[in-house]
Design a binder for this molecule. Structure first.
Ligand code: SF4
Length: 489
C-alpha cells in the first residue's frame, strides 16, 4: 500500500444485470466487489422497460447507497459504475452511469478506460452544435450514438465504436437491451456471467463470486454483446484487428487476486511473478517481506522459490481511508507510518528483502527503507514484481507525467542511492509476461517500453484544451459590441 503521492490510481469498474427481479441489489453488490477499481464515486441506473431510475453520488459504494437508496431503483435491468477520475474532474456531474434521452430513446452508459481521440471528437461534436453536460470522455460516446443516421443501413452502435479509439469496456442500458462492448485491443477487462439463468456483465469475475453468479467467459476484444428478453447476441465488430493489448498492469496490481482474466487467475500470476523474480534476482537474505497488500503475492512467490522465510513485518492499518491532508513533509512521513507499521525487533540485525509491485516516484519506498534501517535491519534489498515504469499511461491509469517517474529520470545506481537500499531489482519484461502464460503481443506494455499500441497525440489534445479554456464567451460584451455598432449606423 503506497502513500497518497505514490499510488497509481485505479480507474473504473462497470457492472450490469439484465431481467432479474433484484437488479438494483445485485448491481450494488457487484459494485461492492469492484470497489478497488474506483473510490471517488458510484452510481446505479435501473430501467423497468420504460423509465430510467438513477442514484449517483460521490463516495464509496456503501456511503452512496445508504438507507433506502436502492428502494427507488425500480426495474429488472441495472448497470452500475465505480469511478476514479482519469479524465474529467472529480465532480458530481461526472459521476456515472451517464444517461441521455435522445431520438433513439433513453440510453445509459458506464465506461472504463480512456479514449485517445476524445479531444478531437469532442471538438468536432461541439462544432456541430452538441452541448456537453460533463467533462468525461464517456459522454462523447453518447453524443455519437445519438447522431441521426447518415444512411438507411447505418448501425449507430457500430459506427460509434468504430469512431472512438483507445481503451474502453462499456456497459450500456437502453429501454429494452443491455449492451457490453470491449475495445478492439481489449485494454480493459470485461466478463460475462449468469445468475439464476440471467446475464450479468462485470469488469472482473470476482464480482460474480460475491453475487454467486457463474463465470461464463471474458467478453472478447472487439466484441459487442447485446442482451435482451430473447437472450444474447454477439458479434466481432473489428474482425481485422489482430493485435491485442490487454493492460498487463491488471495482472501485476490492479485486478483483484481472486479474479480470472483470459483464463488466468490473477493470484497465480502474481505468485508466478514472485517466482520469476527469485530466479532473476537470487539474494542471500534472512526474510522476504511484502509491502501489503500490493506486494503480498509476489513476495510469497519469491519465498516459495527461494526458500527464504516469508514474514509480514509490515502491519497494515485496515481502517485508514483516503488521505484528507495535503501532504507536507511532516504529514507525508506520517502518511507512510499510519498505513503500515513495522513489527518491532523482527528485522533487527537481519538481511531483509522487501517486495512491492512498483516504484512510481520513490517517496514511500524511501520512507519504508528508512523505517527498516532505523529498526536495525542489516541490509534492505528492494524487489519489484514488474519492470521499471518509464512512461506515462494514456489508456486510463493515472501514472504521473514521465518527468515525475523515478525510473524515467534516474539511472539504476541513482535509484538505489535515492531509496537508501542495498540493492534494487526489477522483474524483466519477459519474466512478467511469462508469468501470465500468454504471448507478449497480447499485452500493452507501453508504460514499461514506450511502445503505445494505439497512437495518442498529446499536443493535439493540449491545443484543444487550451483553446477551450480561453474561449469562454461574454454575452454582455457581445451585446455591447452590437449596441455600439448599431449606434454607428
Ligand atoms: Fe496498462 Fe501500462 Fe498499458 Fe497503461 S500503459 S494500459 S498501465 S500496461
Amino acid at each position: 500500500m503506497k502513500g497518497i503521492q505514490e499510488f497509481p490510481k485505479h480507474y473504473c469498474g462497470v457492472f450490469g444485470v439484465f431481467d432479474h427481479p433484484n437488479a438494483a441489489e445485485i448491481a450494488y453488490y457487484g459494485l461492492y466487489a469492484l470497489q478497488h477499481r474506483g473510490q471517488e464515486s458510484a452510481g446505479i441506473v435501473t430501467c423497468d422497460g420504460k423509465s430510467f431510475y438513477s442514484h449517483r453520488k460521490m463516495g464509496l459504494v456503501p456511503q452512496v447507497f445508504k438507507g433506502n437508496a436502492l428502494a427507488d431503483l425500480k426495474g429488472n435491468n441495472a448497470i452500475g459504475h465505480t469511478r476514479y477520475s482519469t479524465t474529467g474532474a472529480s465532480h458530481i456531474q461526472n459521476v456515472q452511469p451517464l444517461i441521455v434521452d435522445c431520438n433513439r430513446g433513453k440510453i445509459a452508459i458506464a465506461h472504463n478506460g480512456n479514449l485517445t481521440n476524445a479531444g478531437a471528437l469532442r471538438d468536432e461534436l461541439e462544432a456541430g452544435g452538441n452541448i456537453f453536460q460533463t467533462t468525461v470522455d464517456s459522454e462523447i460516446i453518447l453524443h455519437l450514438l445519438a447522431r441521426p443516421n447518415l444512411s438507411a443501413d447505418a448501425n449507430p452502435l457500430l459506427d460509434t465504436i468504430r469512431r472512438i479509439q483507445g481503451a474502453y469496456s462499456l456497459v450500456m442500458l437502453t429501454e429494452n437491451e443491455m449492451i457490453g462492448v470491449r475495445d478492439p485491443h481489449g485494454f480493459r477487462p470485461l466478463s460475462l456471467g449468469k445468475l439464476d439463468g440471467k446475464w450479468v456483465l462485470s469488469s472482473e469475475s470476482c464480482a460474480f463470486d460475491l453475487i454467486q453468479a457463474e463465470f461464463v467467459r471474458d467478453v472478447r476484444p472487439g466484441e459487442v454483446v447485446i442482451i435482451d428478453k430473447q437472450g444474447m447476441r454477439s458479434m466481432d465488430a473489428f474482425p481485422d484487428q489482430k493485435r491485442r493489448a490487454f493492460c498487463i498492469f491488471e495482472y501485476v496490481y490492479f485486478a483483484r487476486p481472486d479474479s480470472q482474466i483470459a483464463g488466468v487467475n490473477v493470484y497465480q500470476s502474481r505468485i508466478e511473478m514472485g517466482r520469476q523474480l527469485a530466479k532473476e534476482h537470487p539474494i542471500e537474505a534472512d526474510m522476504v517481506v511484502p509491502v501489503p497488500d500490493s506486494g503480498n503475492y509476489a513476495a510469497l512467490g519469491y519465498s516459495l522459490e527461494s526458500k527464504i522465510p516469508y514474514h509480514m513485518a509490515f502491519v497494515r492499518n485496515h481502517y485508514v481511508g483516503r488521505s484528507f491532508l495535503q501532504p507536507s513533509q511532516v504529514t507525508r512521513s506520517m502518511d507512510v507510518r499510519v498505513k503500515l507499521n513495522l513489527v518491532p525487533n523482527l528485522v533487527e540485525g537481519k538481511r531483509v528483502i522487501i517486495v512491492d509491485d512498483s516504484i512510481v516516484r520513490g517517496t514511500t519506498s524511501q520512507s519504508r527503507i528508512k523505517i527498516l534501517k532505523e529498526a536495525g535491519a542489516k541490509e534492505v534489498h528492494v524487489l519489484i514484481s514488474c519492470p521499471p515504469h518509464k512512461h506515462s499511461c494514456v489508456y486510463g491509469i493515472d501514472f504521473p507525467d514521465r518527468k515525475k517517474l523515478l525510473a524515467a529520470t534516474a539511472t539504476h545506481e541513482e535509484i538505489c542511492r535515492h531509496l537508501g537500499a542495498d540493492s534494487v531489482g526489477y522483474l524483466s519484461e519477459e519474466g512478467m509476461v511469462e508469468a501470465t502464460h500468454q504471448p507478449k503481443d497480447h499485452f500493452c506494455l507501453a508504460c514499461y517500453n514506450g511502445d503505445y499500441p494505439v497512437a495518442y497525440d498529446a499536443d493535439v489534445d493540449k491545443e484543444i484544451i487550451e483553446r477551450r479554456s480561453v474561449e469562454s464567451v461574454s454575452f454582455g460584451e457581445l451585446l455591447d459590441k452590437e449596441a455600439s455598432q448599431s449606434k454607428l449606423i
